[in-house]
Write a protein that binds this ligand. Structure first.
Ligand SMILES: NC(=O)c1ccc[n+]([C@@H]2O[C@H](COP(=O)([O-])OP(=O)(O)OC[C@H]3O[C@@H](n4cnc5c(N)ncnc54)[C@H](OP(=O)(O)O)[C@@H]3O)[C@@H](O)[C@H]2O)c1
Length: 250
């Protein structure tokens, strides 16, 4: 028996990057998967990798910022035999702009994708967890929720909002056996950080701020999320785990 053999996990934003690694970590632990993302081609690539690891996988194309999309996803999950016991809200976008250059549409979009989506997904999937009196929810925040950086106001605000949402939900759902935590990655080599990685000067500046002397490796996020999703982590709730190579303490 693998640790998550009897569990069904739903992970958002799995087309690439950290979401893909989280999906593969949960697949290796034996979970059945609902994989949700926007771009079908990338979504199916991740699904194939998870199936190669022996996981039972269902895929669903959705924009998690859309209430209609989340409702349709929820209806599809309700029709399937197994209920979702693990929810990983990973989908997110970045916005690197001075506050004076951000349009209201850009601001609303980053709030919708990074923060409102977690409300929508939780509202949809918590009732079944309550019924089962068991659940694991993990939200992807960021070290940017705690450390200031210029031209990151929208991103930082949404990621700090996730910490508050996580703590409040943890209190609200504790009596139902549902834990709610967040993880805060530092700098990981994913497409989201391509503008930083592709500029040698900026990349070096970032490296100098990371005490362990390298960027994070996406599987390192998968391992921590997998632990938070395990039955053994039932006494961990309402907290945030920084995975930043020491960035915040430097
Ligand atoms: N990489 C880092 O260093 C880092 C650091 C701190 C926090 N994080 C957080 O970790 C999470 C993953 O980051 P990442 O670096 O893996 O990003 P990424 O490489 O840009 O991948 C993001 C994934 O989420 C999907 N996605 C984005 N918006 C979506 C939406 N509205 N609905 C459904 N899927 C959506 C993307 O697919 P489409 O492109 O098709 O929409 C993509 O598959 C994010 O929440 C990010 O803020 C990352």
């Amino acid at each position: 028996m693998l640790p998550l053999s009897s569990q069904t996990a739903l992970i958002t934003g799995v087309g690439r990057g950290l979401g893909r690694e989280i999906a593969l970590a949960l697949a290796r632990s034996g979970a059945s998967l609902w994989l949700v993302s926007r771009t079908k081609g990338e979504l199916e690539q991740t699904a194939e990798l998870a199936r190669d690891l022996g996981a039972q996988v269902r895929t669903w194309v959705a924009d998690v910022a859309s209430e209609d999309d989340v409702n349709r996803l929820h209806e599809a999950v309700e029709c399937a035999p197994a209920t979702v016991s693990i929810l990983v809200n990973n989908a997110g976008i970045h916005l690197r702009k001075a506050v004076t250059d951000i349009t209201l549409a850009e601001w609303n979009r980053i709030v919708a994708v990074n923060l409102t989506s977690i409300f929508l997904m939780s509202r949809a999937f918590v009732p079944a967890m309550k019924q089962a009196r068991y659940g694991r929810i993990v939200n992807l925040s960021s070290v940017t929720s705690m450390t200031a950086a210029p031209a990151r106001s929208g991103y930082a605000a949404t990621k700090a909002g996730i910490l508050g949402l996580t703590r409040s939900l943890a209190l609200e759902l504790a009596e139902w056996g549902i834990t709610v935590n967040s993880v805060s990655p530092g700098t990981f080599a994913t497409e989201m950080n391509a503008p930083l990685l592709n500029d040698p000067r900026i990349s070096q500046q970032f490296l100098r701020r990371i005490p362990v002397g390298r960027w994070g490796r996406p599987p390192e996020i998968g391992a921590v999320v997998e632990h938070l999703c395990s039955p053994e982590s039932g006494f961990i709730t309402g907290t945030d785990i920084l995975i930043d190579g020491g960035w915040r303490t430097a």
